[in-house]
Write a protein that binds this ligand. Structure first.
Ligand code: ZN
Length: 381
């Protein structure tokens, strides 16, 4: 067994030997220091835990959390050859030797005070999006599913995307109202961020959902593309989005389009994209609800498949939708279909189509509720 002194020496040597490009395998680093290592593949985050601290990292973001504070890294963690690596200079920040005689149990502890704490303008500039969570709705995602918040997108002066014959704001309101009826039949407590043609700021929608102590937030939208008539004919289908750092340019573009509302109408803290540090700060909070958001997404896919509107390229995506950022509960943004596609638009405009869509979403909520319930039972809650 290696002694702490050995480990300290090894790390000191590693740090001394480090060149600007040297990296350290985090899993090996954790093992060497008696810390636990956990990797969360969906969110691409990882933590190193010992008795004194929980270090949180996210692949691609040059920040870590140590003792609850955001620390700037020399370089973003990366995946190289199947290993999750961090810069050796960063490894030395957190794992620098502590004399064995003073703090025998502490390995991660170390000199977080020396690490550059990001308290500067970048932190204060962050919007409501990254304010600490209020404890009110802490248990969402781990308790029984009762209150569903339906958020029909846009409204009032904001028409949303425009089809040939319809506006996004009207379609999503109609479907939202039908969905409310369906869910109430199933015994859910249902709230709507709007039930008429009014404008509501993006940030306010999540605030309302939090006040209502929601268990699930469903934002309803219609997708659209700006393209040639031929392409508009081709591109159709539904898509379920969760809040996650976007992995494709297309997903990024869709989030930008939905987020534009806020900048267009002068909303406070409006922005079309989240910065890396905002994503990083959000990660910790999202972790809590992400699993449930994905569970619900799966139920949505099951319920929507077989319907008239098919999946659009896989049907699932992640991006920085501002309307989801503030929601302290599992949340999805559902792009019901493409209003820029005549076929999708026609279906979304009919009573029959709207009812079918509402029934399918309602079914997904019910099966999600059952899934959460049985998951709770296996945990003995
Ligand atoms: Zn929209």
């Amino acid at each position: 067994m290696r002694t702490l002194r050995d480990i300290s020496l090894a790390i000191m040597f590693a740090a001394i030997a480090a060149t600007a490009t040297a990296t350290v395998d985090t899993e090996a680093l954790a093992k060497q220091n008696g810390a636990e290592f956990h990797w969360f593949p969906i969110q691409k985050t990882f933590i190193l835990v010992d008795k004194t601290d929980t270090l949180k990292f996210a692949v691609g973001l040059p920040y870590a959390t140590s003792h609850g504070q955001t620390v700037e890294l020399s370089r973003a963690p990366a995946i190289e050859g199947g290993h999750i690596v961090i810069d050796s200079a960063d490894a030395a920040k957190f794992f620098k030797a502590t004399p064995a005689t003073e703090k025998p149990a502490s390995s991660i502890a170390a000199k977080s005070s020396d690490a550059k704490v990001a308290t500067s303008s970048s932190a204060s500039k962050t919007s409501a999006a990254t304010k600490p969570a209020t404890p009110k709705n802490e248990t969402a995602g781990t308790r029984e599913v009762r209150t569903i918040v339906i958020d029909p997108g846009h409204g009032g002066k904001d028409t949303g995307a425009q089809g040939k014959k319809s506006n996004e704001k009207d379609i999503v309101l109609s479907i939202g109202k039908l969905l409310k009826k369906e869910l109430e039949k199933e015994g859910f407590n249902v709230k709507m961020t709007r039930d008429k043609d009014v404008f509501i700021e993006l940030g306010q929608r999540a605030n309302l959902a939090n006040q209502w102590d929601g268990d699930l937030f469903i934002s309803l939208h219609c997708n659209a593309i700006d393209a040639t008539p031929e392409r508009k004919k081709q591109i159709k289908g539904y898509h379920v989005y969760v809040l996650r750092a976007p992995e494709s340019e297309e997903d990024k573009a869709i989030a930008r389009r939905e987020n534009k509302v806020a900048t267009l109408y002068g909303e406070k803290n409006a922005k079309e994209e989240l910065s890396p540090i905002e994503w990083f700060k959000l990660e910790a909070r999202l972790e809590k609800y992400k699993q449930n958001s994905y569970m619900f997404t799966e139920e949505m896919l099951k319920a929507m498949d077989g319907g008239k509107i098919k999946r659009q390229s896989g049907g699932v995506g992640g991006a920085g939708f501002m309307v989801l950022v503030g929601a302290l509960m599992p949340a999805v943004l559902f792009e019901i279909g493409f209003i820029s596609n005549e076929e999708d638009e026609a279906y979304m405009m009919t009573d029959k189509g709207q009812k079918d869509i509402a029934e399918r979403i309602s079914k997904a909520v019910s099966t999600y509720k059952a899934a959460v319930h049985s998951y709770r039972e296996t945990l003995g809650r």
